[in-house]
Structure formats: C-alpha cells, structure tokens
Design a protein around this ligand. Structure first.
Ligand SMILES: [Zn+2]
Length: 117
C-alpha cells in the first residue's frame, strides 16, 4: 500500500516499497500503482475523487493484458496466467462495501451495507 496524496491510497500487488513481486510474472504492480496515482492525482488534489473515478481506474486497460483490470494472456503457460477475479470498493462515508465478481470492466459492483440497521 502506498500513500498517493493526502487522503488517498493506491494498492497493487506489491507490498514492499521498491520490490515488485509480480515483475517476473509478466506484469508490474509498480507500473499499475503509478498509473492509478496519475489517474487520480487531479481529483485527489481537488478533494473531489468519486466512486466513478475509482471504478474508472479499476477498469483501466493500459498495459493490457497486465493492466489494472487484468485479463488472461492465452499466450502464457497456464500456470503463469492471471486475471482480476474480483474488485472491491469501500465507501466509508456511506458505510457500504462494493464488489465486482470478476474483471470490473465486465462486472458491475454489488453494494452491501456495512452497518445494516
Ligand atoms: Zn478488463
């Protein structure tokens, strides 16, 4: 997890700053995290990042097939193929949890209340 700017974070497959655990598997989590930061920089700076902005980032295909919204690369051996199997959003203001059950470009987010009452 890396802090993007005041109040915003991006998360990718890399958990140790400077060490990209995905690099050898054909895609760079550092590239995806940097791409997400660039895409959100303007709205974060303005304090106006919306859920739609986040969904747009999660559906991004720059670097396809190793994009933020990742899809299988049929040219790779079976054990080296990866795809996004779910995408999660937390809306803490509205106290709800959204999940897309597959690549978010192909699935809509289903929202669950975190504090049903
Ligand atoms: Zn996609």
């Amino acid at each position: 997890m890396r802090q993007v700017d005041s109040g915003a974070f991006s998360v990718s497959g890399s958990v140790a700053p400077g060490y990209d655990i995905q690099r050898d598997w054909g895609g760079s989590s550092l590239f995806r995290a940097a791409r997400a930061r660039r895409q959100l920089a303007e709205t974060v700076a303005a304090g106006k990042t919306t859920l739609d902005d986040l969904v747009t980032v999660f559906r991004d295909h720059a670097g396809y097939p190793h994009a933020i919204c990742r899809h299988l690369n049929e040219r790779l051996p079976v054990f080296e193929r990866f795809e996004t199997v779910c995408s999660v959003l937390l809306d803490l203001d509205a106290r709800r949890f959204g999940i897309a059950e597959g690549p978010p470009c192909q699935h809509t987010y289903t929202w669950l209340e975190l504090d049903p009452s």
